[in-house]
Design a protein around this ligand. Sequence first.
Ligand SMILES: *[C@@H]1O[C@H](CO)[C@@H](O)[C@H](O)[C@H]1NC(C)=O
Ligand SMILES: *[C@@H]1O[C@H](CO)[C@@H](O)[C@H](O)[C@H]1NC(C)=O
Ligand SMILES: *[C@@H]1O[C@H](CO)[C@@H](O)[C@H](O)[C@H]1NC(C)=O
Ligand SMILES: *[C@@H]1O[C@H](CO)[C@@H](O)[C@H](O)[C@H]1NC(C)=O
Ligand SMILES: *[C@@H]1O[C@H](CO)[C@@H](O)[C@H](O)[C@H]1NC(C)=O
Length: 431
Amino acid sequence: MNQHWVLFILTYVAIHVVGQQRKQQSIPKGPRSINLFVINDENNDVANRSVGNSLKNIRDKHPEWLGNVLIVKINGAEPHEALEKICSTWDKAVRNGGPNVPDLLLDMTRSGFGAETVNSFTSAVGIPTLSTQFGQIDDLRHWRDLTDDKKLYLIQVMQPADLIPDAIRQLSIQMNISNAAIIFDDNFIMDHKYKSLLVNVPTRHVIVKSKNTKKQIDEQLTRIRSLDLVNFFILSNDKVLTSILDDAEAKNFTNKKYGWYGFSLDDVDPKCDCKNITILFFKPKITTLNQQRISELTTKGSLPKPILTSAFYYDLTKLGVLAMRLSTEDGSWPYEPPHITCNEYNGNNTPIRNFDFLKQLNKTMTNNDFQPTFASFYWGRKNGQHHAKFDMKVSLIVIDNGNTISTDELGTWEAGIDSPLKVTYYIYLTI
Ligand SMILES: *[C@@H]1O[C@H](CO)[C@@H](O)[C@H](O)[C@H]1NC(C)=O
Ligand SMILES: *[C@@H]1O[C@H](CO)[C@@H](O)[C@H](O)[C@H]1NC(C)=O
Ligand SMILES: *[C@@H]1O[C@H](CO)[C@@H](O)[C@H](O)[C@H]1NC(C)=O
Ligand SMILES: *[C@@H]1O[C@H](CO)[C@@H](O)[C@H](O)[C@H]1NC(C)=O
Ligand SMILES: *[C@@H]1O[C@H](CO)[C@@H](O)[C@H](O)[C@H]1NC(C)=O
């Protein structure tokens, strides 16, 4: 592309953007329907169902809140194909401009090449985004060096399953745990944790994905034991936990020498055919009010398991729509937002938005219109700080002859990165 052409595009975009902003600020028109662009990984079925149900619920109750909803499913392992899919849908949607172009992008991918593609795309075209990708500060590679303008509207919110593993770090530090086998199931993504979870903690450890069959689980536990690891941290649903504990029982890995720790995204209790095992167990703390809202939605089939994850997707979708609606109402987001197509993007012509989406999200939360089903949200100053806000209940559970014979509630942990465990744990530490 020759220089004049680039200059022309830049000038054109600048004038166009300024013109649009002036226009919409001088003619306040009240709130309008919000147009969504949803991108999900084809493997993320929980997000598919939770976002879908949240949108359906909005349409049923407030049909005027939602306009166009475009949904793109990508295969996370194929970044080029993913980009093509995203761009063909995007370019078609913005080519004609007008009031039906997307206002908000919901990025429900979790990690990997496909997710990275979404980050490059959102940063290039400058669409306000809520991303639920896993990762701590600076882990989202293409969102590391955002301009000040983009920092305000490209927002990542860490989901419950991204926070809970940090309890392992806190336990390891406080209990001086010398070795740890961390086993996680499909509901957790540990890509970013291999290097960071136990950094500067002298705990020898492995982090491995749980296996599916009885035979594979048995082999996995044998392999872990051969590494001389005796403290097991299981991040999983109840079924996987039970299979692991049953196998551990058969191997006599449940006596005093071993330490067992379970972490659940659902409000369940550990079960196993164990003769005598003690487990330190973390599960979401649910208030009576939460319980009512959750049962209402689960009976309608709106919240698939794990509940903590699906409620997060469900609530964030609604919050995003409400925050954009507020923004069209108060004029901070234009009536007809100017967009560039993927094709038009030349490396530095992302429209300037002057849009503080973070502030609008925060404001929406404090309005009465928004009531989370379960977890709430914490807004920090930058990405890697915003996260789902909820507590985990911590109990010491003893299972004897397959029955839970005691449950000592030791307190709660406020889920978060570097969130300390409370003093009450020392009861357990000193046993
Ligand atoms: C969920 O998946 C179905 C089947 O592929 C698809 O039609 C639908 O648009 C998806 N919904 C969301 C919100 O991802
Ligand atoms: C862990 O180690 C520190 C320093 O060695 C010690 O002060 C603390 O009491 C230990 N904690 C437990 C639970 O053993
Ligand atoms: C189980 O392990 C304990 C402690 O290491 C040992 O005393 C006991 O004999 C073992 N039981 C079996 C059935 O291997
Ligand atoms: C269960 O194991 C604990 C120690 O691991 C021991 O103190 C307790 O006596 C055992 N209970 C039974 C019923 O064997
Ligand atoms: C969110 O709003 C509260 C007051 O309503 C304010 O104290 C806080 O600083 C705001 N946070 C952000 C990130 O804007």
